[in-house]
Design a protein around this ligand. Structure first.
Ligand code: ATP
Length: 592
């Protein structure tokens, strides 16, 4: 085991801390399997050597019989039959307890690991998610996390008990016959060399399989979440082909792994067969020469199979461990990704901000070599209504991303109420914002729950008030189940205007001092837009508002206008909104 594998094992063991008790108990239960395995073939030896032959009964069986019955034929075959039943009963009882405890511990272990990853994923920066995409994270969350169950319960615990059974078997067969035992044990060194060689290769292949499978899943996810576009462009067959192509590469990798594992087992089987052949040849000679009884040979042969069983188990488990380790390492690779926006050690609590912002020479780029925003400086007072305009790709959404601390500036600083925003607790800071997007995001639950999302402790009266303020109450009452109507995945069962009104109600109920509006009416018809603008006017009152818009008329209601081009602030106008807009209108008419 190299250093990094050892380190990963240590992390896994620490991760499983709440379940140490159960894991250790499972381990002890598995130890009971060894004496049972040793007792199982003993009944046949009793019948051959003691019932038909003249060997005395072993002490531990003689103990159960009255003096006169110790050597009778009936007593011996009765003892053999009883031994079969008792060992079978013990074996099955053990299996039952093992099964239940393994399922319980395994499911809890995975859930615990999955929750930790989910928690981390939600806090990873948007920059990470934008680059990695959701399906890879989903695959790691759903499939790779199960590696911890397979490793600790399906691999490591059985590995220990297999080793113990192996040692016990070695002891027993050496006790019965030394030369035969040497033949049996001679398979161990070549077997371990083989395991060492193939397990490192298998691990690399398993990593490839996981990677390819996660890519195939990403095609599925992309298509299922964009079905409208796929259907509209009649691309169903094309997408199917893309899915099959991606899945095919995963299948090819799987086949490679299967080939490697199967060839490995083939060689292992061959090694065992050669040892067994030698064993039978020598054993038969010993019986012929009277050096051992037939019962002993039968018992040795049974032990030989039982000696090979843990060895076979060990080789299988060590190769299986590679798959679990590949999965777990993928999970840890995600857990090790630093949350990009971090609080400073002295981050302060913030209850309700006044809402004044200052950008000081702020620069930012998604990639280190390319600046998306450069040297932005401006000042916003509490209650300002800030319109952000600029051509597409000029950096408006990026500016909002920085404002909400989805990203941190590479240079410069953003100050809220006189303090760098990095010096506030992140949770408190984000509570200062309400967000209304062009494409409102709703969750697949009821209208009621979607509004409540803005304030989980809200009462029913507050929810209805918020809906009224958002001009949403009437349409909600017209829905079949009123506030308890389900909105479908991402709110798809509602119209764009209805979704927007719910998202405004959600912003109302949050009652945050800063409001972000990202072109909230640009995808609506004129009548709906008027109703929504009216609700929005109410929402903006008394809050610092940042509004991204391409519409010059919307800018008229703003007292500050920021004009971005190519990541730079080309104009910042205060209290000249109308004149500025008229000027721009002329400019655009001229350039058109
Ligand atoms: N997650 C991202 N990773 C890398 N580059 C990005 C990312 N998001 C945006 N960009 C790039 O940053 C630049 C500014 O994008 P941004 O979305 O801020 O512009 P915008 O002004 O809001 O555009 P639009 O009006 O079209 O929405 C663009 O060149 C864009 O390609």
């Amino acid at each position: 085991m190299n250093r990094s594998t050892f380190f990963t094992f240590r992390r896994i063991w620490l991760q499983a801390r709440p379940f140490w008790g159960q894991i250790v108990l499972l381990f002890f239960l598995s130890l009971l399997a060894t004496p049972i395995a040793l007792l199982k073939p003993y009944a046949v030896k009793l019948v051959i050597d003691s019932a038909f032959g003249h060997e005395p009964l072993p002490v531990f069986i003689r103990f159960f019989f009255a003096e006169g019955y110790k050597f009778s034929f009936t007593a011996i075959i009765f003892a053999a039959a009883a031994l079969v039943i008792i060992t079978a009963l013990a074996e099955n009882l053990l299996m039952l307890v093992n099964w239940v405890l393994t399922t319980y511990t395994g499911e809890k272990l995975v859930l615990h690991f999955r929750t930790r990853l989910f928690n981390h994923l939600q806090r990873l920066s948007l920059a990470y998610h934008d680059t990695a995409g959701t399906s890879d994270s989903l695959y790691r969350l759903q499939w790779d996390t199960t590696g911890i169950r397979t490793l600790l319960l399906g691999n490591v615990a059985p590995l220990f008990s297999s080793f113990l059974t192996l040692f016990a078997m070695v002891g027993v067969i050496f006790f019965i016959n030394v030369p035969l035992a040497i033949i049996a044990v001679s398979v161990i060194p070549p077997l371990f060399l083989l395991i060492r060689y193939s397990s490192s290769k298998l691990k690399k292949n398993w990593e490839q399989v996981k990677d390819k499978e996660s890519r195939a899943l990403s095609v599925l996810q992309e298509v299922l979440t964009s079905l409208r576009v796929v259907k509209a462009f009649g691309q169903e067959d094309g997408e199917e082909e893309r899915f099959v192509r991606q899945s095919d590469t995963a299948v090819k990798e799987q086949i490679k792994v299967a080939w490697m594992a199967a060839s490995f087992y083939l060689i292992v089987g061959l090694v065992f067969a050669i040892a067994t052949a030698l064993f039978i040849y020598l054993g038969a000679r010993y019986v012929q020469q009277g050096k051992m009884t037939l019962g002993e040979l039968t018992l040795m042969l049974a032990y030989l199979t039982q000696f090979f069983a843990p060895l076979q188990n060990i080789s299988k488990i060590i190769t299986d461990i590679q798959a679990s380790m590949a999965s777990i390492e993928r999970v840890y690779a995600l857990l090790d990704k630093e949350k990009e926006v971090k609080e400073t050690s002295h981050a302060a609590h913030l209850l309700t901000a006044k809402g004044s912002f200052r950008f000081q020479q702020v620069s930012f780029g998604y990639a280190p070599q390319k600046q998306t925003l450069s040297g932005l400086s401006f000042e916003i007072r509490p209650g300002d209504r800030v319109g952000i305009m600029g051509s597409t790709g000029s950096g408006k959404s990026t500016l909002i991303g920085l404002l909400m601390r989805f990203y941190d500036p590479a240079l410069g600083q953003i100050v809220l109420d006189g303090k760098d925003i990095r010096d506030y607790k992140l949770v408190d800071y984000r509570k200062q914002f309400s967000l209304v997007l062009q494409e409102p995001v709703l969750f697949s639950t009821s209208i009621y729950e979607n509004i409540k999302y803005g304030k989980p402790e809200a009462t029913e009266t507050e929810i209805v008030e918020a809906a009224k303020a958002a001009n949403a109450h009437e349409f909600i009452l017209r829905c079949k189940e009123g506030y308890h109507t389900l909105v479908g995945e991402r709110g798809m069962q509602l119209s764009g205007g209805e979704r927007q009104r719910i998202s405004i109600a959600r912003a109302f109920i949050k009652n945050a001092p800063v409001l972000i509006l990202d072109e909230p009416t640009s995808s609506l018809d004129v009548k709906t837009e008027a109703q929504i603008m009216e609700a929005m006017e109410r929402l903006m009152k008394g809050r610092t508002t940042f509004m991204i818009t391409h519409r010059l008329d919307t800018l008229k209601s703003c007292n500050v206008v920021l004009h971005l081009e190519k990541g730079q602030l080309v104009e910042a106008v205060r209290d000249g909104g109308s004149d500025f807009v008229e000027e721009k209108k002329k400019e655009f008419a001229f350039s058109a």
